[in-house]
Design a protein around this ligand. Sequence first.
Ligand code: ZN
Length: 231
Amino acid sequence: MAWPEALWRRQDLDLELKQSQQRLADITAQLHPPAEVLQAQQEAEAAAAAAEQARKEQKEREFQLAQLETKLQQHERKLYSGQVKNARELADQQAKVQSLQRRKSQAEDALLEAMLAREAAEDHAEETAAHASALQAEWETLRQAMVVEQERLQERLQHLTQEIAALDAQIPAAVLESYHYLKPRTGGIPVARLKGDVCGVCGMVVPPSTRHKVRRGEEAYCDSCRRLLIA
Ligand SMILES: [Zn+2]
């Protein structure tokens, strides 16, 4: 390949290299789970903990009620056994039974409340877990697609770097030096093709002597935009 064509190809590859590197950087930045996914996970974890707490609360209420029932049965048995004869003691025993009945009724209410709270907490835990897992699955699909693209880009970058090195070997050192010098000063497009008698990038007329050099394959520049001209 003559050096002007190698240079032209190199410019194309440089542009592709820059785009690929940019895309790779974007992907790397996006590979972290989005805030939405993390938030949904945190909500699901909190809801699961709340449901667990509600189950413990219900168990505690059930235990308290069972204790009261046992105590009440004991006092009722004593009251109706006929063993308590003394009027004062009988009245005390009746009061004790009535008090326990009230406490049992309150414990039943509390248990019912705890059961309803547990059901609501479990429903909420189920909903938030489903939401979190749907978001997680969606993110996982996206992440896998990005990982595939990331691998493809890494391979392409490696290939581009190798091809660029091979092209550089075909370009005269002075031209390559100009290319690197001009690249950041020309928006990444330091090479222009001669189109008839004008510069292919800036469109200004190129003097006949310069055109002559370009057509002979010599190093020449556009007077207007300073780009390296090739035929
Ligand atoms: Zn020009």
